[in-house]
Design a protein around this ligand. Sequence first.
Ligand code: NCD
Length: 311
Amino acid sequence: MMSFYMRDVVSIIDFSRDDLEKLFRMTDKMMPYKRGGIEVLKGKIMASLFLEPSTRTRLSFESAMKRLGGDVITVSGAEGTSLMKGESFIDTIRMLDNYADIIVVRHKYEGAARLAADIAEVPIINAGDGRRQHPTQTMIDLYTVYKLKGRIDDLTYGLVGDLKYARTAASFIMGLSIFRPKKVYLISHELLRAREEILDFLKRSGIKYEEVTNLREVISELDILYVTRIQKERFPDPLEYEKVKGSYKITLDILKDAKDDLKILHPLPKVDEIDPKVDETKYAAYFIQASYGVPLRMALLALIFGAEVEK
Ligand code: NCD
């Protein structure tokens, strides 16, 4: 019962299958309140400290907190803060620890959320740390699969795109290891292959996986296709980006060979990696996936603060 209580959310692998199933049940309970709200966190304050661009994650966290009757204080971008005066990230976290009951943080450095969790007394939620983790996005992704397929186990997954720099992909792969997928295909350009640490993780977790370069080879086998944007901003060398730009695109033509009930997920924002014509097909599940952002984050916040929700 208390597995989420006052807990930090730094990495998806800190959570068990039981934890995630409990979160999914709580998300189901939140569905009726995603518009009208339910005031179970009155008097609680959430600080959101986003030092990298964000629309969905920050606004859906803030909406979730407000729907629960809580309050929000927010920093979007270092501009306008004392970080610009040279204040350290650590000191900023120390201050927010006094102002809020929970802190949601996004930072370009890997490990920033873990560091914040070590310093702050209040719970820290990692809303993305560099290319490493984005655990609440993964919770939404797994919940989406569970809702659309009735299970997460025994499905064949394809992850396509920027497997090197996209933290949503890395996080999703790790999240799958908590369940029993049938097989995971890592589909990418040679220069966008998953990093060694992710491949090592897959090997250790015993998940059956295969790296391929062409989506067409495997499309007919997939139950779930997880697409990511090329993370242009994370390329150390702009020339490297030029080589892979536009190297994949999900089109109606590629989907001709897909299973009837294939579902396409994307953490969004999407740029040009999915033909907009695909949006209108039965395969596109990314807008449904995005619609789960607020209720799932409501559920997570409610569990962290131990709020009861009747249904
Ligand atoms: C992603 C991110 O910031 O990691 N966005 C999100 O939170 N849904 C994905 C991206 O920027 O491509």
